[in-house]
Design a protein around this ligand. Structure first.
Ligand code: HOZ
Length: 430
């Protein structure tokens, strides 16, 4: 549909400018990177959403990852109704928190003990504090283009919306703090070695998204995670897997299921809340027992372990236990990736699809994209044209070439075929 068929969205967005910074509650939603004004969503069911103008779209955003079962799955809706009837917050522990914590620990190999928080940002901030406390060191290593939420220490060469909007290093982060964040290149072990050599005995932890999902979708190169583990071991440094995106998405136990490399700490979010606000961090018992009140590292939250989020998370993880779920996600995601490649090929457009399970990113690139430089070398200007052409054809994409697409169990053949058909026309049009 054309922009003039999105008039109500445009009117709501214009009014929101006065009351909300930039009209949105998270920057990437403003569609600035693609030079458009955003649709405003009225509702969603399964793989589809409808905007306030009545336009329907196949949704490839999936709320940036949490909706692995699609929109409003019956199992989650039923669980939420029950909690809504019986009380939504108590500031006191509930049994549901134990149930979800056990489910997480039983599924994630590297998580022995877990603390629930309210967002991925809280999870990474808290894990960093713990790593600093446990090692008595202040520095951390992160990777160019990786994103670990908007905590001060992570807004240094950040990916996701920060990269999209040209602000990977945010004003307001004290220089003294930013200087403690050392930045290496993803899939480049030599760059990490150099930081360890320059900061011997100073690095508390290495934070890594095992699949870089905030500069599209870049899998780890062979030996990269193994190399990080070895460097961390040599230097008494903790290895933190940020699985906010990959957790319960790429496999039943997250990326930990796909590698032999052990993480000391793991951060989670998105899928474990089934679309409600949640985060979690966990790991080795000896480390996690440093967290207050078991230990002395303080971290708290009025709504942490919120009954609604916990119930949605439990329902989601239970649904993911059904036999064949991940196989079906893999099959539909592979079909989508192949369809996009075929559609681009037919239009003579160079395309590389980065994909791990049900997270993927089509880059307008004639070369495989394996690192940040490759991401930046892809044709991002033309990607914006592609985005506009896809929206016009009823496919909702994240408004940035740096965001992954997420396939859900609700993306059936009809939905996938619609995306491929739209892409065929869109590639021909750009
Ligand atoms: N955490 C999301 C993944 N890139 C970004 C969502 C947002 O910035 O709104």
């Amino acid at each position: 549909m054309r922009p003039d068929e999105r008039a109500t969205s445009a009117a709501v967005f214009a009014a929101a400018q006065e009351w909300i910074p930039g009209g949105v509650n998270s920057p990437v939603r403003a569609w600035r990177g693609v030079g458009e004004t955003p649709i405003h969503v009225a509702d969603g069911k399964g793989a589809w959403i409808t905007d306030v103008d009545g336009n329907r779209y196949v949704d490839m955003v999936s709320a940036y990852g949490p909706l692995i079962l699609g929109h409003a799955p019956e199992t989650v809706v039923t669980a939420l109704h029950a909690v809504a009837e019986s009380g939504t917050a108590f500031g006191a522990p509930t049994e549901g928190e134990l149930v979800l914590a056990r489910m997480i620990c039983e599924r994630c190999r590297d998580v022995d003990v877990v603390r629930l928080v309210n967002s991925g940002t809280e999870a990474t901030m808290s894990a960093l504090r713990l790593a600093r406390a446990a090692t008595g060191r202040d520095h951390l290593v992160k990777f160019n283009g990786c994103y670990h939420g908007h905590g001060d220490s992570f807004l240094v060469k950040a990916g996701s919306g920060a990269l999209t909007l040209g602000a990977p290093d945010s004003p307001g982060v004290p220089r003294a703090l930013a200087e403690l964040t050392l930045v290496a290149e993803f899939n480049d072990l030599a760059s990490v070695e150099a930081l360890f050599a320059a900061h011997e005995g100073e690095i508390a932890c290495v934070f890594v998204e095992p699949v870089a999902g905030n500069m599209g979708c870049v899998p780890p190169a062979d030996g990269f995670l193994e190399g990080l583990r070895a460097l961390c071991d040599e230097n008494g440094t903790l290895l933190v897997f940020d699985e906010v995106m990959t957790g319960f998405r790429v496999a039943r136990g997250g990326y930990c299921d796909l590698t032999d490399v052990r993480a000391d700490l793991v951060t989670l979010g998105k899928v474990i809340g089934g679309g409600l606000p949640i985060g979690a961090y966990g790991g080795r018992t000896d480390l996690m027992m440093r967290i207050s009140p078991a230990g002395d590292v303080y971290q708290a939250g009025t709504l942490s372990g919120n009954p609604l989020a916990v119930a949605a998370g439990i329902a989601t993880l239970r649904a993911l236990d059904e036999p064949g779920v991940y196989e079906r996600l893999e099959a539909s995601s592979a079909r989508l990736a192949a369809g996009l490649e075929e559609a681009a090929g037919a239009a003579g457009v160079a395309l590389f699809v980065g994909r791990v399970g049900s997270m993927l990113c089509p880059y307008l690139s004639s070369e495989p994209v394996t690192d940040f430089a490759g991401v930046m070398a892809s044709d991002r200007e033309r990607w914006s044209e592609f985005f506009r052409a896809m929206i016009a054809r009823g496919v909702h994409l994240a408004p940035s070439p740096f965001e992954a697409w997420f396939v859900s169990t609700a993306h059936d053949d009809e939905a996938i075929d619609r995306v491929i058909a739209a892409a065929r026309e869109a590639f021909a049009a750009i």
